[in-house]
Design a protein around this ligand. Structure first.
Ligand code: V47
Ligand code: SF4
Length: 364
């Protein structure tokens, strides 16, 4: 069905980009600038929706999953992060393997995916993480273990005085299936040096993901936006991910994360509007022509905005989650978790067909 006329896109200055989108051609950095400058976010959204529909029809995926954070102690002190604490500070925690298993069993969810991440703790040895992976896999053999950001993998390697490839190989052998997308933030060094100066560099983050791909692991990727970065920085980030995917092909899903401002040391002049969030999600869909899925992460977006995102290029609604700390410490107003039925109702509520998936995006 032709909802918007050729003239409409031409009047919006998007005639050429529309032609490329129709032909499945790659968009350039300059095309991305045009999309950010287009006076009408709905026109950008319509193009992204076209691509999303071509790839996934009217489906919106969701997963029965559970998040577990093993510690909030972190040596990195990223300026934007409301979650981390210094060792010895009030309110710190470190979960034992038994605590982690008890949390998963306590939720009584039969999850298909378990997402385990934490701060970069100065003392936890790699053997702790290997033990957690093998114990969770023993107890839940069917589950996809999506754990540890590239930043954590690089941290474990430094503590253990070994390579990131060695860490990945050992954790993979212990049961780790894939890496989540966190820690990418914004790749541009001028921004990274201000918001997360002690974190792995962009090149380190990309190298860890490409190493994971080289040993057959899938990974996700993210972008934290709406803080001090420019639109050009966002495009640079998306293009670096696209180039990385061209080299290895192991990214499954991209998660655009709008910056939540509460309890953060990072003050920003102009918070994002809802439409700017949606435009950025749409541009992500259009630029990342080689990454199959775009996640509308309801925890950070809020459920209503996540529903709208399903019409602006996103095709995945993430999952039940159960307990979330990183976004909620930063002021997320969403629930802690959603039920299977709530996820289906929310997806149906915006006119999409809910499709349950596993951690690898296989339909179940
Ligand atoms: O890397 C931290 C971000 C990320 C804030 O791979 C913030 O399926 C907004 O990566 N406002 C962790 N964002 C979350 C993440 C993730 C979540 C769900 C699914 C997957 C996946 C990955 O959260 C961090 C950082 O970029 N973050 N603080 C904040 N104040
Ligand atoms: Fe640590 Fe991650 Fe927070 Fe940075 S974002 S301070 S690495 S927990």
């Amino acid at each position: 069905m032709q909802l918007l006329s050729n003239d409409y896109f031409a009047n919006m200055g998007l005639k050429e980009i529309r032609g490329k989108v129709e032909a499945g051609e790659r968009l350039s950095f300059e095309d991305g600038v045009t999309l950010f400058e287009c006076p009408e976010p709905l026109a950008v959204g319509a193009l992204a929706h076209k691509v999303r529909t071509r790839l996934h029809d009217n489906k919106a995926y969701y997963v029965v999953n559970q998040h577990v954070n093993y510690t909030n102690v972190c040596i990195n002190g990223c300026v934007f992060c409301a979650y981390q604490r210094e060792e010895g500070q009030d309110g710190t925690f470190v979960l034992t393997k038994e605590d982690i298993l008890a949390k998963i069993e306590g939720a009584a969810l039969s999850p298909r995916e378990i997402h385990i991440v934490g701060g970069c703790h100065p003392k936890l040895p790699l053997s702790y993480f290997e033990d957690v992976m093998s114990s969770v896999k023993d107890r839940f053999p069917e589950v996809v273990l999506k754990c540890f950001t590239a930043v954590e993998i690089a941290h474990f390697a430094r503590l253990e005085n070994t390579t990131t490839l060695d860490v990945l190989t050992r954790l993979h052998a212990a049961g780790l299936d894939m890496l989540p997308g966190g820690g990418a933030e914004i790749f541009a060094e001028s921004v990274r040096s201000q918001i997360c100066p002690r974190k792995s560099t962009a090149d380190e983050w990309l190298a860890v993901h490409e190493e994971a791909h080289s040993i057959g692991m899938k990974t996700n990727c993210t972008m934290l936006f709406g803080h001090i970065e420019s639109q050009e920085d966002r495009l640079d980030h998306l293009i670096r991910l696209r180039e990385s995917q061209d080299r290895g092909g192991g990214y499954t899903c991209f998660i655009p994360l709008p910056f939540l401002t509460e309890n953060s040391q990072l003050t920003i002049e102009k918070p994002l509007t809802g439409l700017e969030e949606l435009r950025t999600i749409a541009i992500s869909r259009l630029m990342l022509d080689n990454i199959p899925h775009i996640k509308a992460y309801w925890v950070m977006l809020g459920v209503k905005q996540a529903q709208a995102a399903l019409k602006f290029g996103a095709d995945d609604f993430d999952g039940t989650v159960v307990e979330e700390k990183i976004g909620h410490e930063a002021g997320a107003t969403s629930e802690q978790g959603l039920s299977h039925t709530e996820l289906q109702d929310m997806i149906r509520g915006c006119g999409c067909t809910p499709v349950e998936r596993d951690g690898f995006f296989n339909e179940v």
